[in-house]
Design a protein. Structure first.
Length: 218
């Protein structure tokens, strides 16, 4: 049973790497952005509640986000352990997560911070396309799909996230630097931080993460 948090700016590759670590270690992958986007696609009450925040690139209110995650981790399948991706995103969320896990006699084991320069982030986000069906990302020039407009993994339709517009990207990077970067210190002080360089290809970064986690005997 392992609980891992992924930290990194929008475009750092958190989603891709978190999914791969979850698969390798057989853990549940809990991605708040994906959960919100699914709710949006389905037009549920939650989707309606979060739409405007997501489009602007600001954080969804903590009450909604924390409620959704706590519900998710109390589901039986999360008992095997989980990889958190896009959560926590501020101190209040980090504390709420620690408290909720502590109530179950559990704790976050490691926080992996994927560091990427702002220049690379802007390039990645601008060319990013995401699958409507399975949420897998690709990049128009760095990792183009085999068939234009179609997901390599499932054949689903690729689209550009509305919050991957230039204006929202700027806002998301600002929100990350103001609200989320304090978490790097939060986990460092707790002795849980693993720093990984996020430049380079998906596989190279993945190997660095496995090496960092592997050295930890989880
Ligand atoms: P990225 O990391 O590329 O910005 P995500 O898919 O993780 O993308 O998140 C997209 C949007 O979903 C965020 O800009 C925010 O509006 C909302 N969101 C996701 N996770 C959280 C969270 N933990 N707290 C508040 N809002 C969140
Ligand atoms: Zn797909």
């Amino acid at each position: 049973m392992v609980y891992i948090v992924f930290l990194g700016a929008p475009g750092a590759g958190k989603g891709t790497q978190a999914a791969s670590v979850a698969r390798k270690l057989k853990l549940v992958h809990i991605a708040t952005g994906d959960l919100f986007r699914q709710a949006l696609e389905r037009g549920t009450e939650l989707g309606l509640a979060v739409k405007s925040y997501m489009e602007k690139g600001v954080l969804v209110p903590d009450q909604i986000t924390i409620g959704m995650v706590l519900e998710r981790i109390s589901a039986p399948d999360s008992g095997v352990g989980a990889v958190f991706d896009g959560f926590p995103r501020n101190l209040k969320q980090a504390e709420a997560l620690d408290e909720a896990l502590a109530r179950q006699g559990k704790a976050i084991d490691k926080a992996v911070h994927i560091g990427v320069s702002e220049e690379a982030l802007l390039k990645r986000l601008g060319g990013r396309r995401v699958c409507r069906q399975c949420q897998a990302p690709c990049h128009v020039s760095d990792s183009p799909p085999r068939v234009e407009g179609r997901c390599d993994k499932c054949g689903g339709e690729l689209y550009q996230r509305p919050d991957d517009s230039e204006e929202s990207i700027k806002k998301r990077l600002e929100v990350y630097s103001d609200e989320t970067t304090p978490l790097i210190d939060y986990y460092r002080r707790a002795g849980k931080l693993l720093e990984v360089a996020g430049e380079g290809g998906v596989e190279a970064v993945g190997k660095r993460i496995v090496a960092a986690l592997g050295g930890e005997r989880l």
